[in-house]
Design a binder for this molecule. Structure first.
Ligand SMILES: [Fe+2]
Ligand SMILES: [Fe+2]
Length: 475
């Protein structure tokens, strides 16, 4: 096939099912205005709707000019001259989440290449993260000054950049180190973390687990009444898959979930001692009352955003204590709201606050499991997506081995590490070979010491060997 016409309706179906289209030809409306550029890969419905609104009902797809049509699994969809559709499987590329092999690191330059790659992603992540944090800070300021309004468009475009980068780089935010911060800063960092993390979890959940869950649900139909997975149109035992544009909307919700806090007096927000009952009542209002009002003041009627803002402190299981508001049964809280709540709790547990020392990732996930996941078997799927997303040992992080050596993580699968100190924290002179810590039968002493974690990255920086230090500047 060089060029075939496809109806926009058909393309919408394909994109809805996770497919993509690149026309390979520029598409204009009748007034000669360019509606869709030939090199744009369309994986969202919106651009296709815009074509329809402009009276374009079908478009050519020119595979000769690098255009094409792909299904949700990445198979190229070809239409033969006889009109038959054939699927061409994609080339398999090594992705960062593919199992890492020690054999991928045969030479020093393989290691150097990987160190540089980790560093490049980190740098970009820092920039994206800072821009998002500043954008949220500005929005909070605007809400405070105007009693409710903020520049919604600016926030929307910032969140979509954050999400695009995060998905493309396979969720790199756990690579970033955490430091102590003041509450004012904490609020914006925390919301940015929650957005990046919850988006990663939902995205991974969508791509890895929705099918498993659908099977699970249909096998266990009799045991699951309601389920609450589909959110508003729930009460059918089926998992609702989220499409691209839903994800953007949900991520915007993850970013703005605590926006109601802009209406809480700052003296209360900054208070580090325990809140009185009366103060706590005011604080609670940031969700179902102030938050909902801020959305209204900005004309945001999205039910997704409303659910997240109102219910991110609602119970995850029946009779969970300290939750609010209680006007919805826990089983009716949509999945994306539950993920927001778990991300919120997880991030609070792993961030250092003046009155509460941070837990490491393993400790935090264990606590989440004990408190929440055990109560609801369905949440186990969420936790699996969670563990995969937060990456217990993200590339670029530093771990202690049981024999006392320190090691730098090259790949979270395994993980695959290079040791760089002896057991007394003396920097090793020679560059050791990578070790796959997931290899069966590995010496017990070479396993990760989960009791010990690196608390202050800057201190470690002093003992990093030059070949890592030159690339891995601390953040
Ligand atoms: Fe909140
Ligand atoms: Fe929070």
């Amino acid at each position: 096939m060089i060029e075939a016409m496809f109806s926009i309706e058909n393309l919408i179906e394909i994109v809805k099912a996770g497919g993509k289209v690149k026309t390979g030809v520029d598409v204009y409306n009748e007034k000669g205005i360019l509606l869709l550029e030939k090199n744009i890969v369309v994986d969202k419905i919106k651009p296709l709707h815009i074509l329809q609104q402009n009276g374009v009902l079908s478009v050519p797809v020119n595979s000769h000019a690098d255009g094409g049509l792909w299904d949700g699994k990445g198979n190229l969809i070809r239409v033969g001259s006889d009109g038959q559709i054939e699927f061409v499987p994609p080339l398999t590329l090594k992705k960062s989440n593919a199992p890492a092999l020690v054999s991928d690191y045969r030479t020093d330059s393989d290691i150097e290449k990987r160190l540089l790659e980790i560093q490049t992603i980190k740098k970009e992540a820092v920039q994206q993260y800072d821009a998002a944090k500043k954008c949220l800070q500005k929005a909070f300021q605007q809400v405070r000054e105007t009693q409710g309004q903020f520049d919604v468009q600016e926030v929307e475009s910032r969140v979509s950049k954050l999400v695009d980068f995060s998905v493309a780089a396979d969720h790199p935010f756990p690579y970033l180190n955490r430091e102590i911060f003041f509450y004012d800063d904490y609020l914006y960092r925390h919301s940015t973390n929650v957005c990046a993390l919850a988006t990663a979890v939902l995205h991974r959940f969508n791509t890895h687990f929705s099918h498993t869950i659908d099977n699970f649900l249909s096998e266990n139909k009799a045991d699951i009444s309601g389920g609450g997975w589909g959110g508003d149109e729930a009460h059918s035992a089926s998992f609702v898959y989220y499409y691209g544009e839903d994800l953007n909307e949900i991520s915007l919700g993850f970013f703005l979930y605590d926006i109601g806090k802009a209406m809480v007096p700052e003296t209360l927000l900054n208070k580090t001692s325990r809140l009185t009952d009366k103060e706590f009542e005011i604080m609670k209002r940031h969700s179902f009352d102030y938050g909902a009002r801020v959305l209204e003041a900005n004309g945001i009627r999205s039910c997704v955003l409303n659910n997240i803002v109102r219910y991110h402190h609602a119970p995850l299981f029946e009779n969970e204590e300290g939750c609010y508001p209680l006007d919805k049964a826990s089983s009716d809280i949509p999945l994306y709201v539950r993920i927001c709540k778990l991300a919120d709790i997880y991030d609070a547990m792993t961030s250092k606050r003046s009155y509460n020392d941070a837990l490491n990732q393993v400790g935090a996930v264990t606590q989440l499991f004990r408190k929440y996941v055990k109560k609801d078997p369905m949440l186990q799927f969420v936790l699996r997506a969670f563990v995969k997303s937060v990456g217990l040992y993200p590339p670029g992080s530093i771990v202690y081995l049981k024999n006392g050596q320190m090691a730098y993580v090259l790949e979270s699968n395994g993980p695959l590490v290079i040791t760089f100190t002896d057991d007394k924290k003396n920097t090793l002179g020679a560059k050791p070979d990578p070790i796959d810590l997931g290899r069966p039968g590995l010496d017990e002493l070479l396993k990760i010491d989960m009791e010990r974690s690196v608390k202050t990255p800057k201190e470690v920086y002093r003992i990093l060997p030059r070949y890592i230090k030159n690339i891995a500047t601390p953040i």
